[in-house]
Design a protein around this ligand. Structure first.
Ligand SMILES: Nc1ncnc2c1ncn2[C@@H]1O[C@H](COP(=O)(O)OP(=O)(O)OP(=O)(O)O)[C@@H](O)[C@H]1O
Ligand SMILES: [Mg+2]
Length: 323
């Protein structure tokens, strides 16, 4: 059963150099209880996609140029602020990429978790406190009831990341969007956080969108994978299929040097060259100027995201020749 469906989503930012599109024609869905991994180089539009779903893109400068975002059948684009606020927490919750900027420095972490629970559930102060402590324990904060009184600056980066996860999970969301949830963490904690996300998926039937640069994290957690490049989806497949038979040259490049989860790599560097700036994207296939297999036809038109069977799609006109 589909929980989230994003269709042909296109968003742009107003900049000094005019309007630039950040994501173009993005479509994907997430089923109940499913873990969708989203992978792609820095600037490929992963966070913009997540923020659009949360209704948290700053508008202006951001603008939604088209598309649909449906959560459990409800169109989220154009939903009132109040309705969106009710949805955030028990419906969709997000762990943001920068934990420090999303915690409020003047409130204790306990106050921040309790406030989140109480905004959505009628609990007494004591019940809310107990729920907060339980969640902090689950995300691996030792002496949780004492740490409730700490302010964000008293915690390490990894602990702040875990507090963010506790805030996201405390309302038992139906969809968790985790934007680079483990980048700042050491290897042991990283594995622990990924295990926790997997446990909660099983326990609550929670769906997860996990955004990462780390193919190892994808391999450990995802059921299905979306590969993004320069604001577009270039490949989509069940995780085994993606690792065993990648179709798009970009995905092949990413997989050519898969780091293990143990290697703490936060930039994908398998492919020579850089992601083009939005205003300087080549015509046709956005990857054509870095692709070893490109032919002149690649620059003539945008390749459609074609279906190769078994829920495996890729946007490359040369897939059959390369196979
Ligand atoms: N506030 C903004 N104003 C202008 N452009 C923006 C803004 N936020 C994002 N963008 C642009 O949108 C594009 C996608 O950015 P996004 O943050 O989604 O990338 P990302 O895939 O999350 O990268 P990273 O892996 O570094 O987090 C980039 O070209 C970025 O420059
Ligand atoms: Mg990002």
């Amino acid at each position: 059963m589909t929980l989230l469906s994003v269709e042909n989503l296109t968003t742009a930012f107003q900049t000094e150099r005019g309007q630039v599109t950040a994501i173009e024609d993005i479509s994907f869905s997430v089923d109940r209880g499913e873990i969708l991994g989203i992978v792609g180089e820095s600037g490929s539009g992963k966070s913009v996609t997540a923020l659009a779903i949360m209704g948290l893109l700053p508008m202006p400068p951001a603008r939604i140029l088209g598309g649909h975002i449906r959560f459990d059948g409800t169109e989220l684009l154009g939903l009132s602020d109040r309705a969106m606020q009710r949805l955030r927490g028990p419906g969709v919750a997000m762990v943001f990429q920068e934990p420090m900027t999303s915690l409020n420095p003047v409130f204790t972490i306990g106050e921040q978790i309790i406030e989140t629970v109480k905004a959505h559930e009628r609990l007494s102060e004591r019940e809310a406190f107990a729920r907060a402590v339980e969640m902090l324990e689950r995300v691996g904060i030792p002496s949780a009831s004492m740490r409730m009184r700490d302010y964000p600056h008293q915690l390490s980066g990894g602990q702040r990341q875990r507090v963010m996860l506790a805030i996201a999970l405390v309302c038992r969301p139906r969809l968790l969007i985790a934007d680079e949830p483990t980048t700042a963490l050491d290897v042991t904690i990283q594995a622990q956080i990924l295990d926790l996300i997997l446990d909660l998926r099983d326990e609550l039937g929670m769906a997860v969108m996990i955004i990462t640069h780390n193919m190892g994290v994808i391999a450990e957690t995802a059921d299905r994978v979306l590969v993004t490049y320069a604001g577009r989806v270039v490949e989509q497949a069940p995780v085994d299929q993606l690792f065993d038979h990648p179709l798009h040259p970009y995905t092949r490049g990413l997989l050519a040097c898969v780091p293990t989860v143990e290697q703490d790599q936060d930039r994908l560097q398998a492919i020579p060259g850089n992601l083009p700036e939005p205003a300087r994207r080549p015509p046709g296939c956005r990857f054509s100027d870095r692709c070893g297999w490109a032919i002149p036809a690649c620059q003539e038109a945008l390749p459609p995201l074609a279906d190769f069977g078994g829920d495996h799609r890729a946007a490359c006109i040369r897939v059959r020749e390369l196979a």
